[in-house]
Every structure is written in structure tokens, then in C-alpha cells.
Design a protein around this ligand. Structure first.
Ligand SMILES: [Zn+2]
Ligand SMILES: [Zn+2]
Length: 307
């Protein structure tokens, strides 16, 4: 099951010739999960060839324009392309009013249903069969969430030889054991899944901070993230300004990555004042080697953790 993160927009606050406004698209097989929805996102999606008809959920971190103003244009483009599938939108207080206002004032009728989830408090905000998305408070100048996407633990590998040895007939009983369920054989004997399966396998975890100065509680649920995507608006020499504006610097991001045991750190929400990545990268890599500075259309594949 492939899992990739495509950076559709990596600028902070204002776009630049190279960087569009914040939007990160997680693609898991045929499903898409978008974190933030900066202006012009649909054009970035066209360039990245992501399609507009797939199963999709959008998670907005906060109501600052650079993170949310892409929604009206995206909804309009999806309508013009005759999308039919429901779109789920999650966000903080104000997201419902914003979307209602767009629907009332910008005259277009959606061709597809949207379901809006206004998040009131941190915790699990989306619980699907194979993954969950949790929200935690970030530390910004207005209420802002960080999000964690985590795949659920999967049953371990199935060993057919063990099943045969236990006299389990091939067929539906094998399938139930593979799904982690206990079965009763025709002779009345009960077989537990752990008798024929290997160790349960961990899923993958992606943490996105959105706009934030240091996030205190990231460690609790961000531990061992396969991919940590962190606000890195300003470089270390402007740490005071970053703090004042509710943003972070590369070394703050790197310290967080180290603390939670992240595998890869991506710096994003890059201020327009930086036309090159070197400075930001150097500052972060002094503390956390496995760092990259996000660029528009950068794609990162996230493999399953090794057992
Ligand atoms: Zn921002
Ligand atoms: Zn902001």
C-alpha cells in the first residue's frame, strides 16, 4: 500500500515565483488527504496530476488566509469538472461559516456533497478502518491545530505451513485468521490468530504542525513519526520574530524531530525572504541530519517501518 506526500505549496504567508501557498497532499492508494488548502491549489494539483475525483479529506490547521483561501477555488474547479463523490472538510471553529458564506455569495452550485467537521478540541477527529487522524493544539497567534495521520496496526504475516500443521482447512477459516480473528475448526478446536501469524505490523505516521512556535505536546502523539512536516518560516537569526509571530526556525524544528524520534524532517512554510534553501537546511542539519527543505511538487514516499 503506497503512501506519498506531495508538497503542493510550501510558502509562508505570501506566494513567490517558486512557491505556492501551503497545501500538502497525502496519497494512500486511491485516497487523498490534504493538509491545508492555500490559494491556487487546484492549479498545483493539475501540475502534479493528482486528479479531482478521488476519495478526499481536507484538514485545515487554522483560519489564516494562506491556509484556507484555496478552498473556494478548489470547490469551484471540482464542480466544473463534475465531481460527484463526497468531500470531507475538517477544520477549526469558523470553517463552517466560511464555507457557508462562500456558497451564499459566490454563485455556484456544487455537483457533489461536502461534509464539514468543525473541530472543537484536540483528540481523534477522524477514525477510519485503516487509519486515524488526530488533532493537537499548535502554538500560533490564533487557534491552530497540528495533525497526525497514523495507520492502524495490521495483523502480522500469515504462515500457511503453520495453518496446515494445525489442520485448518484452506478457505474462509484462513482468511479470518489473516484478519486477526479467532476460528473454531470442524472438530471443535479453537485456533487463535497468533498461532499462525507473525508479530503485528506497525503502520506509518505523518505529523504536520501547521503554523506554530514550539509545540510542547507533540511528543505525546507524534512519537516515532515517519515524516515530520514542520513550520520553518524564519531562520535561526530571526528566532525572536518567529516566536512573536507564532512560527518556528530550522533548529527548533530539528530539535523537535530529534525529541520525538522522527525518521525524516521536512521544513516548510518558508518565508519569501529566502530564495535559496542552504541556510535553513544547514541550521537544521546541525541538529537533525535527515532534513529536507520542502519545494513545490517535491514528493516523498513513506515506506512501512521495518519490523
Ligand atoms: Zn501561514
Ligand atoms: Zn498562520
Amino acid at each position: 500500500m503506497s503512501l506519498t506526500a506531495t508538497f503542493l505549496g510550501t510558502a509562508g504567508s505570501i506566494p513567490t515565483p517558486k512557491r505556492s501557498l501551503p497545501a500538502i497532499l497525502i496519497q494512500r492508494e486511491n485516497e487523498q488527504i490534504m493538509f491545508d488548502c492555500g490559494e491556487g491549489v487546484q492549479r498545483q494539483m493539475i501540475k502534479a496530476k493528482t486528479g479531482f475525483h478521488k476519495k478526499m479529506k481536507i484538514f485545515i490547521t487554522h483560519m489564516h488566509g494562506d491556509h484556507v483561501l484555496g478552498l473556494p477555488g478548489l470547490l469551484q474547479t471540482m464542480t466544473l469538472l463534475d465531481r460527484k463523490r463526497k468531500l470531507e472538510i475538517y477544520g477549526p471553529a469558523g470553517i463552517t461559516g466560511f464555507l457557508e458564506c462562500i456558497r451564499e455569495t459566490v454563485q455556484f452550485v456544487l455537483t457533489f456533497p461536502i461534509e464539514i467537521f468543525e473541530i472543537k478540541k484536540p483528540g481523534v477527529v477522524c477514525d477510519e478502518k485503516e487509519y486515524i487522524v488526530e488533532a493537537a493544539w499548535a502554538n500560533h497567534v490564533i487557534p491552530s491545530f497540528a495533525y497526525v495521520f497514523t495507520e492502524k496496526i495490521r495483523p502480522g504475516y500469515f504462515y500457511p505451513e503453520k495453518a496446515k500443521k494445525l489442520g485448518i482447512p484452506e478457505g474462509p477459516l484462513w482468511s479470518r485468521l489473516q484478519h486477526g480473528q479467532e476460528v473454531t475448526l470442524p472438530n471443535g478446536k479453537v485456533v487463535k490468530p497468533e498461532e499462525v501469524l507473525g508479530k503485528p505490523r506497525l503502520g506509518r505516521k505523518i505529523v504536520y504542525t501547521g503554523d506554530t512556535s514550539s509545540v510542547e505536546n507533540l511528543g505525546k502523539f507524534g512519537a516515532d513519526a515517519d515524516l515530520l512536516i514542520y513550520d520553518s518560516t524564519l531562520d535561526d537569526s530571526l528566532a525572536d520574530k518567529a516566536e512573536e509571530d507564532g512560527h518556528s526556525t530550522p533548529s527548533q524544528a530539528a530539535r523537535a524531530a530529534k525529541k520525538i524520534g522522527a525518521k525524516v524532517l521536512v521544513l516548510t512554510h518558508i518565508s519569501a525572504r529566502y530564495t535559496e534553501n542552504d541556510l535553513l537546511l544547514r541550521q537544521a542539519q546541525k541538529i537533525f541530519k535527515n532534513t529536507v527543505v520542502a519545494e513545490d511538487f517535491m514528493k516523498i514516499e513513506i515506506p512501512f517501518p521495518k519490523d
